[in-house]
Design a binder for this molecule. Structure first.
Ligand SMILES: Cc1cc2nc3c(=O)[nH]c(=O)nc-3n(C[C@H](O)[C@H](O)[C@H](O)COP(=O)(O)O)c2cc1C
Length: 168
């Protein structure tokens, strides 16, 4: 969901989202992540410019959850942070809210600055953290059809051994 209504989230909703994030599994329970919950309009506007494209809708989201992690705290920090981010998205859906992942890691601003550096600057993040993504969350601003199961790529599912073209 990339379009949201102007309705703010309640404190209970935000707490539920963060609870889900903090309950996400992490390798060896190293919990290398940090979550920055952003509801300040000016900061949301600044974050919306963290990439050349694919991040602009953050400006009109009531909430953004910036997911960052410390690579020195775990060798699988990307997996841990990604799983926690998805937990936030699943919890949002369970609350009847919409969300969208905005990729930050390995991305660049319009002017060629690494998006991670840009986000560090906007949010005053400590140097050891790396931003993985930003999850935009809000009340759904449009109808979206459920996934059309006709387009499921069953050929990507393999039983026991890999078979070119998938299972017969
Ligand atoms: C790792 C990852 C990175 C993504 N990055 C972005 C992004 O930067 N901007 C965006 O609008 N959507 C992003 N998405 C959302 C995907 O585009 C979306 O899940 C996919 O296209 C299916 O949704 P759709 O039907 O709306 O296209 C990302 C999703 C994943 C899993």
């Amino acid at each position: 969901m990339r379009r949201f209504t102007e309705e703010e989230l309640t404190q209970e909703q935000v707490v539920a989202l963060m609870k889900a994030a903090l309950m996400a599994p992490s390798s060896k329970r190293s919990t290398p992540w940090q979550f920055i919950v952003v509801d300040d309009k000016e900061l949301l506007l600044q974050l919306s410019l963290c990439k050349a494209q694919g991040s602009q809708f953050l400006a009109d989201a009531p909430l953004a959850v910036v997911v960052a992690a410390d690579p020195l705290a775990s060798d699988v920090w990307i997996e841990d942070a990604s799983i926690a981010a998805i937990y936030v998205q699943l919890q949002a859906e369970d609350l009847g809210l919409g969300s969208c992942w905005v990729q930050v890691r390995e991305r660049y601003t319009q002017t060629g600055i690494p998006s991670d550096d840009y986000v560090h600057n906007v949010l005053n993040l400590p140097l050891q953290l790396q931003t993985v993504c930003i999850i935009a969350v809000g009340h759904k601003g449009m109808e979206r059809k459920p996934f059309n199961e006709e387009f499921l790529q069953w050929e990507k599912i393999h039983l026991n051994r890999y078979q070119e073209g998938g299972q017969e």
